[in-house]
Design a protein around this ligand. Structure first.
Ligand SMILES: C[S@@+](CC[C@H](N)C(=O)[O-])C[C@H]1O[C@@H](n2cnc3c(N)ncnc32)[C@H](O)[C@@H]1O
Length: 408
């Protein structure tokens, strides 16, 4: 995700898609236009984002484009360095020891690289799980994960099982996910001093997608909008600009996902890594344009209508909403910290202790990777890790440097 060119939406400078990929985007555009027409002229932004990312065979994640890494649109932590997944593996061992659960479930496994590096570290530590389950929404990525695992770790491939949906309850095990929640469709709100509006997606006569703001129909969304307004009221001294609209996102799907996980989890834990903030930071009056972001070939911009299907669309995660959904559903929040603190306390030092500084090329490459993962201006501070557990409070070394859960 980091290391992109900030382009201020100047799409003229973006690489041109090939005629084939452009035709692909046009097919998705037609599908979305049809949904808008069938829905009396507008759909929620969450519905738009869902189609743009996950429409079968056409959406950004569902279709066959390369998304991760240097040739894709963005880079995630497991793609940057195996150390990230190795640290996660060390924390999974701690969870396995405290919960006696030996099954892992990774949700939204991307290219499969985290699964590979994580299980290799578990093997090295003689702590192989009985099974490594993967739940992946995208059929294309599922196939890529399968191939990567067959190619890189054929001797461990029989431990992997791909699920079509979340497991039946009770599921006893450890659920992990990196950058899953930020890829879930969000609703957009536009708050003025006296009105609450939802941002819908409509169509101009020429067929271009355009915004249409109208009262939200969803009661949960209305309630959350009221809560955001009261947060602003409490912080009114921070932003006194009457008449300015405040645009923000609400991720109802992430809240529902946590509630479902809480329901199916018999015993075990959930470890989630993503970029985001606590509610106070997320809905800070000064963050008046929200956090919605698009990634197209390492260019970051804010136009979700640009080439649907060819670009990623994401929003930062409101970790307070995740924590509250978890506790409301009977989970225990055991830790919340930054990625830098998590990695530093969670084994990064031990994992790099045997590096040979005389091997200058390798040493400097690992140093570069660690900087990206941990420096505050890179991924270190924006990315957070939250640990949720069922039945009993868990204590992991990775949360012992700093645990910020009282801020949630
Ligand atoms: C931003 S990518 C992150 C991929 C990978 N975890 C990484 O860190 O490189 C989001 C992933 O989550 C998947 N995904 C999104 N929503 C999902 C859901 N509800 N269930 C399973 N997978 C989902 C996407 O298809 C994609 O693989």
């Amino acid at each position: 995700m980091p290391k992109e060119t900030k382009t201020n939406s100047n799409q003229n400078t973006f690489p041109e898609p090939s005629s084939e990929t452009k035709a692909h985007s046009d097919r998705l555009k037609i599908l979305i236009q049809e949904k808008i027409k069938a829905n009396n002229g507008k759909i929620t932004f969450a519905d738009y984002m869902n189609l743009a990312l996950y429409a079968p065979g056409l959406g950004y994640y569902s279709a066959g484009l390369k998304k991760f890494g240097q040739q894709g649109d963005f880079i995630t932590a497991p793609e940057i360095s195996p150390i990230f997944s190795q640290c996660l593996a060390l924390q999974c061992i701690q969870i396995m020891q405290q919960t006696q659960q030996l099954v892992l479930l990774e949700v939204g496994a991307g290219s499969g690289v985290m699964a590979i590096e994580l299980i290799l570290e578990l093997e090295k530590q003689s702590q192989l799980p009985e099974q490594y389950l993967i739940l992946e929404l995208s059929a294309d990525l599922r196939e890529r994960q399968h191939q990567a695992i067959q190619t890189r770790i054929p001797h461990l491939s029989d431990r992997f099982v791909w699920l079509d949906s979340l497991p039946d309850k009770p599921f006893n095990g450890i659920i992990i996910a990196n950058e899953l929640l930020d890829a879930m469709p969000v609703h957009l709100l536009k708050l003025d001093s006296d009105v609450i509006l939802e941002r819908y997606v409509s169509m101009s006569e020429a067929g271009h997608f355009i915004w249409q703001d109208a009262a939200p129909k969803n009661n949960r969304l209305k309630k959350i909008a009221d809560e955001i307004k009261s947060l602003h009221h409490d912080q009114a001294h921070l932003n006194d600009k009457p008449g300015t609209s405040y645009i923000t996102e609400v991720n109802l799907q992430a809240i529902d996902w946590v509630k479902t996980i809480a329901d199916i989890l018999g015993s075990g834990a959930i470890l989630l890594v993503d970029y985001g903030y606590t509610a106070l930071e997320y809905y800070h009056p000064q963050r008046s344009m929200g956090t919605l972001m698009c990634h197209y070939q390492h260019h970051r911009h804010d136009d979700p209508f640009y080439l649907p299907g060819l670009q990623d669309i994401t929003a930062h995660v409101n970790f307070s909403s995740i924590a509250h959904a978890a506790t409301d559903s009977g989970l225990i929040v055991c830790g919340f910290t930054t990625q830098a603190h998590f990695l530093m306390a969670g084994g990064l030092v031990e994992l790099t202790r045997d590096l040979n500084p005389d091997d200058v090329l390798h040493f400097s490459e690992v140093a570069r990777q660690i900087k990206i993962l941990t420096l505050p201006e890179e991924m270190g501070e924006l990315f957070k890790v939250i640990l949720l557990a069922k039945d009993k409070r868990l204590s992991l070394p990775a949360f012992q440097f700093k645990n910020f859960q009282n801020r949630l």
